[in-house]
Design a protein around this ligand. Structure first.
Ligand code: GDP
Ligand code: MG
Length: 173
């Protein structure tokens, strides 16, 4: 029947990072085939739903994207509530966005659940205007004890891998 649950897990993910790093582009790249999109104008946040198979289980991913409030770093407890996984994104062509990863980490520590899974993404890997090397990204991720992916929302490189990786971490924890 229509009531029957057609998934095994529901996983709430957040995409976080400086304005302009490509958060919305990553979400659009990943969720092209999504069947639901919502925009909650009152709080200025929207999310997408995408179902993926992970280790033969159907996972319904609910992925939240900020709607500009990251510019003022006014991301608070309400946004992090219920988050199981966080994709922390910087732009490999923008040093400032990389430096700000530490501030985002603090923000996460102060506002998200202590057991939230995290992954670091260096986005725009397709660009020739690189400012942050692969080694620098990997070293920072290692310092935080989290995994690292270099992605391109433009070409799609490693985008699905990153979303599936964090989802698997959440599913298996
Ligand atoms: P947000 O503010 O973090 O949501 O960033 P957006 O998704 O709005 O992207 C900001 C700008 O970066 C836009 O002009 C995008 O087209 C561009 N952009 C996003 N991802 C990539 C990428 O992987 N490669 C390149 N070259 N540009 C990107
Ligand atoms: Mg955006």
């Amino acid at each position: 029947s229509r009531q029957r649950q057609d998934y095994d897990h529901v996983i709430k993910l957040l995409v976080i990072g400086d304005s302009g790093v490509g958060k919305t582009s990553l979400l659009l790249r990943f969720s092209e085939d999504s069947f639901t999109t919502s925009f909650i104008s009152t709080i200025g946040i929207d999310f997408k739903i995408k179902k993926v198979m992970i280790d033969e289980k159907c996972c319904k991913l609910q992925i939240w994207d900020t709607a500009g409030q990251e510019r003022f770093r006014t991301i608070t407890k309400a946004y992090y509530r219920g988050a199981m996984g966080i994709m922390l994104v910087y732009d490999t062509t923008d040093e400032k966005s990389f430096e700000n990863v530490r501030n985002w980490m603090k923000n996460i520590e102060q506002n998200a659940a202590p057991d939230v899974n995290k992954v670091l993404l260096g986005n725009k890997s397709d660009s020739a205007k690189r400012a942050i090397s692969t080694q620098m990204g990997a070293a920072l991720a290692e310092e935080f004890g989290i995994d690292y992916f270099e992605t391109s929302a433009k070409t799609g490189s490693f985008v699905e891998d990153a979303f599936v990786h964090i989802s698997r971490d959440v599913k298996n924890r």
